[in-house]
Design a protein around this ligand. Structure first.
Ligand SMILES: [Zn+2]
Length: 161
């Protein structure tokens, strides 16, 4: 499971100015009515209010046109989303968290310790190697197609596929 960064043109959600080559900007995810939306902001339009309202954010940069497509998404973005989704309980969030845990396991940020089955529910117990603590992830029992759909949804949000 990998994600690839898209190159496409982007503009600021506030002033609508198109970002220039190599320009730095902020991408932020907002949790609205149990769905995430992504907005991009130029450095001028980004402020602490936007930062505080966001669910997760990161600073990024428009790639040079001559540069090859960046191959892999940053694990830190996924890790941040994973950590922030810990206490969220809506369905899309539970699915996100599960798929992100599979990805982080592949990236050796999480290791699977055990599977906890109680009352017909299954939880994956991981060790978070970054913070050296145990984390519990609900297994929504997605099939292969379900996992792929969630992966696509996350990719779309972050601007990668
Ligand atoms: Zn702007």
């Amino acid at each position: 499971m990998e994600w690839y960064i898209h190159k496409g043109a982007k503009n600021c959600s506030r002033c609508e100015r198109l970002f220039e080559e190599e320009e730095e900007y902020f991408s932020a995810l907002y949790d609205t009515d149990n769905a995430y939306t992504r907005k991009d902001f130029c450095l001028c339009c980004w402020d602490t209010n936007r930062q505080n309202e966001s669910f997760s954010y990161w600073k990024t940069k428009v790639q040079k046109k001559s540069e090859p497509v960046q191959k892999y998404a940053h694990t830190e973005i996924f890790y941040d989303l994973f950590v922030r989704s810990e206490n969220e309980e809506n369905v899309s969030n539970i699915n996100f968290r599960y798929v992100l845990s599979l990805y982080l396991m592949r990236k050796k940020v999480l290791t699977l310790l055990s599977i906890d089955k109680t009352d017909g529910n299954e939880f994956l117990i991981f060790r978070n190697l970054k913070e050296d603590k145990e984390v519990k992830v609900f297994n929504p029992k997605l099939d292969k197609e379900g996992i792929l759909a969630v992966k696509e949804e996350i990719g779309k949000l972050i601007g990668i596929a």
